[in-house]
Design a protein around this ligand. Structure first.
Ligand SMILES: Cc1cc2nc3c(=O)[nH]c(=O)nc-3n(C[C@H](O)[C@H](O)[C@H](O)COP(=O)(O)O)c2cc1C
Length: 348
């Protein structure tokens, strides 16, 4: 199956692992690349040195193209993007911020920059800025899908690309976990799917076994989409921890205290934190503190399988996940199902 994305990146299949913090680690990224898709390493939670080591680890495990995800607003992300440029990573996936300087850097060595967007305004601005591709994230998605579903947002962004004269590859994210979803995404104008929830529940994923089994057992409607988890509406699994955390927003002092604890654990020096506050301004810095505070609950769910105190980011597509399978099995299944669906459609 060849699309704008497979041609741009030289990959076999239009299937992408998105950059999920603490989950898209070198082993999982390389497994997706080796299965013919493209894995995006998450830089969230990594020091620049750890990010460099992770990039090199991916290269030890695969010789295929891969990406690094950088949420530019967050502390440490710009440093990780600089490391990714120095390491000449084939794809840099930027979100939450202006990525012009990343594009300039990537152009020097023929790298591609893909922007993640979840609404029309951000899509328009990313296309105008000259990105090489887009991840379009619908409402169904784990974490920060926007207000509009993939079903509607993907064709809108495809049309927007045509109107702006840019034939960009689009990766549809949010609600895709099988071959039916892949064919549907292609029909909507996308060139690939990003599957977060599906790959988070693969054998190679570092998610705790208890949490993986919980993903398998949950139905599509058992998620909570709440503005109280961090600073933007965020989709998490409906669990005791998820319910408690999203019932009301943390007070700013509690969020700041927890964010400082997370920053210490991430070995972010005090000087760098001071520069973050100056760069962001006090209001934006408090917003970012909520992201930092939330990482403590995320790690409890991912690393300890603790869903009473921890919170698991998850998409509605959990309702489509029925087993914990290897990445290779998942990719092959998606492709076989997609072939079957295309044949069925042709018979109509
Ligand atoms: C467990 C998990 C953790 C995630 N963590 C992040 C993250 O740290 N940053 C981010 O931008 N998106 C994150 N996402 C969202 C994905 O990048 C992607 O948009 C989403 O998974 C797509 O929807 P799906 O889960 O239905 O496949 C996460 C998704 C999952 C399932």
């Amino acid at each position: 199956m060849h699309t704008r994305l497979t041609r741009l990146l030289g990959i076999q299949h239009p299937i992408v692992l998105p950059g999920m913090t603490y989950i898209a680690v070198p082993r999982l990224v390389a497994a997706v690349c080796n299965a013919g898709g493209m894995g995006i390493l998450a830089s969230g939670g990594l020091t620049p040195q750890a990010c460099r080591e992770a990039i090199r680890e991916v290269r030890r495990l695969t010789d295929r193209p891969f990406g690094v995800g950088c949420s530019l607003l967050l502390p440490g992300a710009a440093e990780c993007a600089r490391v990714a440029l120095e390491e000449q990573v084939p794809v840099i996936n930027v979100s939450m911020g202006k990525g012009e300087w990343v594009m300039e850097g990537a152009r020097q060595y023929g790298g591609q920059v893909i922007a993640t967007i979840s609404n029309e305004a951000h899509a328009r601005s990313a296309i105008g800025a000259g990105v090489d591709g887009l991840i379009v994230t619908g409402h169904e998605a784990a974490a920060h899908g926007g207000a509009v579903s993939s079903m509607v947002l993907v064709p809108i962004v495809r049309q927007m690309c045509a109107q702006q004269g840019r034939d960009l590859p689009i990766i549809a994210a949010g609600g895709f976990a099988d071959g039916r979803g892949l064919v549907a995404a292609l029909a909507l104008g996308a060139d690939a799917v990003a599957m977060g929830t599906r790959f988070a529940s693969s054998i190679e994923s570092p998610v705790h076994e208890r949490t993986k089994q919980m993903i398998v057992s949950k139905q599509a409607e058992e998620t909570i989409y709440s503005p109280n988890f961090d600073s933007y509406p965020c989709r998490v699994m409906h669990t005791p921890g998820g319910r408690r955390y999203t019932r009301r927003r943390l007070s700013p002092p509690v969020a700041i205290t927890r964010a400082l604890k997370a920053a210490r654990e991430m070995q972010r020096p005090l000087g760098a934190l001071g520069r973050d506050v100056l760069r962001l301004g006090p209001l934006e810095a408090v917003k970012v503190a909520y992201f930092g505070a939330a990482t403590l609950a995320m790690r409890k769910a991912i690393h300890e399988g603790n869903l009473d105190e921890g919170v698991q980011l998850i998409g509605q597509s959990q309702g489509l996940v029925h087993d914990v399978a290897s990445v290779e099995q998942i990719v092959q299944r998606v492709l076989a199902e997609a072939d079957e669906v295309r044949a069925q459609l042709q018979r109509l």
